[in-house]
Design a protein around this ligand. Sequence first.
Ligand code: NAD
Length: 494
Amino acid sequence: MFDQNRIDALRDAPIPPAQHLIDGQSCPASDGGIMEVLSPLNGKVLTTIAQGTAADVEAATQAARRAFDDGRWSGLAPAARKAVLLKWAALIEENALELAVIGVRDNGTEIGMALKAEPLSAAGTIRYYAEAIDKITGEIAPTAPGTLGLVHREPVGVVGAIVPWNFPLMIGAWKLAPALAAGNSVVLKPAETASLTLLRMAQLGLDAGLPPGVLNVVTGLGAVVGEVLALSMEVDVLVFTGSGTTGRRLLEYSARSNLKRVYLELGGKSPNIVFADAPDLAEAVKTSAAGIFRNAGQVCVAGSRLLVERSIHDQFVAELTAYMKTMPVGDPLNPATAAGAVNSLRQLEQNLQFVEEARAQGHAITGGARILEGTGGYFMEPTLVTGVSPSDRIAQDEVFGPVLAVIPFDTEEEAIRIANGTDYGLAAAVWTSDLLRAHRMVRAIKAGIVHVNTYGGSDITVPLGGVKQSGNGHDKSLHALDKYLDLKTAWIKL
Ligand code: NAD
């Protein structure tokens, strides 16, 4: 699968201009508008995508509605949908390396991680929901004699999905696979800076046998395509991964239109808590670094706050600083690279601004600079900010970059208080040899996932979702299907 010669051959291969995918057809924007796609590897134009209009979104939602209502997909036996989805997963795997390289050139993730976390993860997710869907049954309720209560599970209708740029295929598949397996039709809006692989993956879905109109992709600006999709009267459910700012808008759009259900997967400021009795401090150093610096920190569950017990704080920071300096940053198509490019110049500038503000407040900074500027790419040093108080902005706001804020603590209670002391609640980790403490911490920390003696990682069998302002609803696992299946009761007098 991992063929460096092929990766090098694909590195500069031209990428044709991309268009929407509406009603089974590749088509331009209604007014012919296009947007340039800049590669974060060198700042050069990679290709163009269609800049969608309100009319394009309307065409896509109408196509999705027609497809849903005439039953070309929603009316199939679950086993028939499963067969198409399994074929789709196989096609994605066949094209995995090409998809991964296009994705890296588009969004900057390291190739090793991109291959696993993007096409291969997406194929696995599609296979998981394909295999699940013909095992989901309705219910017979325990009603009184003389009555029969049946509970049916039905697809909801048209699903709007809006996704971010950090892991477009993985996150896209978390929405598309359960929605489509359940029999819904979908209109997908990728991020402006990561549309290319999602368009290709959707085309592979059509090649596998998804009927026209069942999966539509409209590219373009969030403020146009995303907003019109979220306001659409044809969309029954809106699923979203992205920033809290956009999430708030989507709730408003729902209220202003048809009260569509809105499920939000938002950001985090996840605490990674290292107690002095961590079983393996060297492992904790390495994994904590990977947990914030991989993909240049552009990971929703990134462990961006490091809480270290004071007795080991200085030693831990010294080892982490030494380790960080050994992490190769740069060309994400080089398999030795540990941290690739920041997705866009805008995001890079935002990261640097956070660092400057922390510096101005007197915090000690290791790293913190743009590097490899001569390449034209958007690269940033892994950055450590020490001397941080829990209430400082760098400890409260999501940077979404390779920036780690370190906070010392003295007691378990204090660690819990600091861990829970932000608006977010997405992920966390606890490093300790004390089994009882580990369980206490898992219960006390407000987050969708708490890792113990590791950071990051999980698989499709477990849910991912936030609490507090990190969102609602869950992606992954069988629970995700609940968003895409309505319950309907039949009450029958016998
Ligand atoms: P973003 O909110 O700017 O954009 C996400 C998507 O929303 C994009 O497709 C964008 O075009 C669209 N959008 C923007 N404005 C819109 C509007 N007014 N109406 C409708 N759609 C609009 O977020 P981003 O910068 O692309 O992604 C980074 C954020 O995503 C971070 O906060 C990160 O933590 C979060 N994230 C969360 C998870 C999770 O699972 N919880 C996973 C990955 C990323």
